[in-house]
Ligand binder design. Structure first.
Ligand code: ATP
Length: 235
């Protein structure tokens, strides 16, 4: 579904991505793990067209999307849940969800999708008229994921969904991520510092170090890998 070849990204003179190659197959959960500053968020932002690729190509279902404007990439079916959620704090939960639907034309289906989101996250139904900024951190993460789902993406990019959340909330959110993948057949690209959790849910994983992919394997094999255990699992 997604083919990344030889991608290089710079911030001025700083090279954040060095010849990245990655593949994402339809229907799978893949994870990108790595330490602070490895280049994980930059990878997602390059995929979305927010940060330009200086070199290389990105293809979505055979179509070259390298450096397309972010709104066109979104219209092709890639939706990102950014690090730190970035919900609209003064808009209500419903209004935040509406923001996810602005590119959709299948208006009849939208009502059903609200019901689906409220089924996944019942707390959002209770809070639907409340400003987003008054929700707890975990609820805001649920809202950010739900807003992305409302755009009906083919590929959902999640940047550090566990950041700043209590373990019990994180594990609930990861259960829902699995459910979204299985039930809606949404392909998921998950960036996480919590390598243990991420590798447990992922079909395959990539390890990133200072802008390069250094390892790739199934989630289970990476979890059992001695180097990964030492560097990322604290074992
Ligand atoms: P974290 O897990 O801490 O979010 P990350 O793996 O997502 O880290 P990136 O945020 O992609 O890492 O950063 C990759 C490198 O690019 C880092 O060295 C970072 O300092 C640098 N960088 C990121 N954003 C910018 C920017 N806007 N301007 C300059 N350098 C940047």
């Amino acid at each position: 579904m997604l083919k990344i070849r030889n991608v290089q990204t710079f911030y001025g003179k700083i090279q954040a991505l060095k010849n990245i190659d990655m593949d994402v197959e339809k229907g799978e959960i893949i994870t990108l793990i790595g330490a602070n500053g490895a280049g994980k968020s930059t990878t997602l932002m390059t995929l979305c067209g927010i940060v330009p690729a200086a070199h290389g190509t990105i293809e979505l279902e055979g179509q070259n999307i390298t450096n397309m404007p972010p709104d066109r990439i979104a219209a092709l079916g890639i939706s990102q849940v950014p690090e730190g959620r970035r919900i609209f704090p003064y808009l209500t939960v419903m209004e935040n969800l509406d923001m996810g639907t602005f590119l959709r034309k299948d208006h009849a289906q939208i009502k059903q999708d609200y019901d689906h989101v409220f089924e996944l996250f019942p707390i959002l139904a209770e809070r639907r008229h409340q400003p987003g900024g008054t929700l707890s951190g975990g609820e805001q993460q649920m809202l950010a994921i739900s807003r992305a789902i409302m755009s009906k993406p083919k590929l959902l990019l999640l940047d550090e969904p566990s950041l700043g959340l209590a373990p019990i909330i994180t594990s609930r959110i990861f259960d829902i991520i699995k459910k979204i993948n299985r039930e809606s057949k949404t392909t998921i690209f998950l960036v996480e510092q919590n390598a243990n959790l991420a590798l447990q849910v992922a079909d395959r994983g990539y390890v990133m170090e200072t802008g390069s992919i250094t390892m790739t394997d199934t989630g289970a094999n990476l979890l059992a890998n001695e180097d990964v255990k030492k560097a990322y699992l604290g074992m």
